[in-house]
Ligand binder design. Structure first.
Ligand code: HEC
Ligand code: HEC
Length: 256
């Protein structure tokens, strides 16, 4: 598990180094960047050619053909005049850029990940994703935007990687009513609990007979063994894809 995370991190670092030293880098900067942007993510003039799965899926031959012959009838010019070596180098560089765009580099399948999130993993009992799911833990819709794949995977399998959070609290009032939930707010005199169904309870500490705090996070600790490596990759890929759908739409990226 840890070994594969390390391997992944090393692979990311290696591909970044490869990107910096690739002979196609300069060719891309002077021939493609004006339209597609320095990182290939596109602008008003030309589409994103690194994050678009359709373009990621093109075979090497198809990609070479597009770059050397252009796309007739569109703003995409032919670059055959650069010579075959330069065309090959610039498409190799484009592949590296695509590899940097996380979903291409990540192993795993976001659709299967979604099924695990709402099914086998039962993540949705506690977490929301795009408006569906539970209330006890954070909404993970944008989590993948601000965290690397390693961190996401680590957070799923190890409490040490997550922001430490107190566990479930059980409060029993002097009248014998029992409340269970996560502490949302607390001061010397009162306690605000949110239960698994999302309801809030404001409790006065003076009315409580007992207040028990579970020392451990409510997030199950055994995902590292309960889910296979493949399933974990699927989940990570799903969470990353969630984060990416929003800006992709905001950028007006084509989905056709
Ligand atoms: C003058 C602007 C311009 C320049 C320069 C340019 N492109 Fe494009 N490129 C476009 C446009 C516009 C499209 C969208 C074509 C379409 O509508 O299918 C495109 C599309 C593409 C596609 C996707 C084709 C497809 O089938 O969807 C690839 C790959 C591509 N460009 C690579 C490159 C590379 C590599 C370079 C530099 C060697 C480059 N482009 C330079 C404007 C440009
Ligand atoms: C029983 C409730 C519960 C379930 C089920 C659960 N989590 Fe969590 N999760 C939490 C809580 C609470 C935290 C906050 C940190 C902590 O308590 O360890 C958390 C934290 C996280 C974090 C770090 C972000 C943060 O808010 O700190 C990620 C990522 C995450 N969970 C993913 C998942 C995934 C993926 C699954 C399913 C495989 C899952 N969780 C299942 C309760 C849960």
């Amino acid at each position: 598990m840890l070994v594969s995370l390390l391997a992944y991190a090393q692979q990311q670092k290696a591909s970044r180094r490869e990107l910096m030293t690739s002979p196609g880098r300069q060719i891309f900067a002077s021939n493609c960047a004006a339209c597609h942007g320095l990182d290939g993510t596109g602008n008003q003039r030309a589409p994103n050619i690194v994050g678009n799965p359709q373009i990621q899926k093109l075979s090497p031959q198809e990609l070479l053909k597009i770059v050397s012959q252009g796309v007739p009838g569109t703003g995409m010019p032919a670059f055959a005049s650069m010579g075959r070596t330069a065309v090959r180098e610039v498409t190799a560089y484009l592949r590296l850029l695509q590899g940097q765009s996380l979903s291409a580099a990540l192993p795993g399948d976001p659709q299967r990940g979604e099924a695990i999130f709402f099914g086998k993993g039962a993540c949705s009992n506690c977490h929301m994703a795009e408006g569906k799911g539970g209330f006890l833990a954070s909404d993970l819709t944008t989590y993948g935007q601000s965290h690397t794949a390693e961190t996401i995977k680590g957070a799923i399998t190890s409490a040490a990687v997550r922001n430490s959070n107190p566990g479930m609290v059980t409060a029993i009032t002097t009248r014998g009513q029992r409340y269970e939930g996560i502490v949302r707010n607390e001061d010397n005199f009162s306690l605000q609990l949110q239960s698994a169904d999302g309801a809030f309870y404001f409790l006065s500490k003076a009315d409580l007979k007992t207040l028990e705090r579970a020392p451990e996070s409510i997030m199950p600790a055994d995902y590292g063994s309960r889910l296979s490596e493949v399933e974990l990759n699927d989940l990570v890929n799903y969470l990353v894809s969630l984060g990416k759908r929003l800006p992709a739409i905001a950028r007006g990226e084509r989905n056709d």
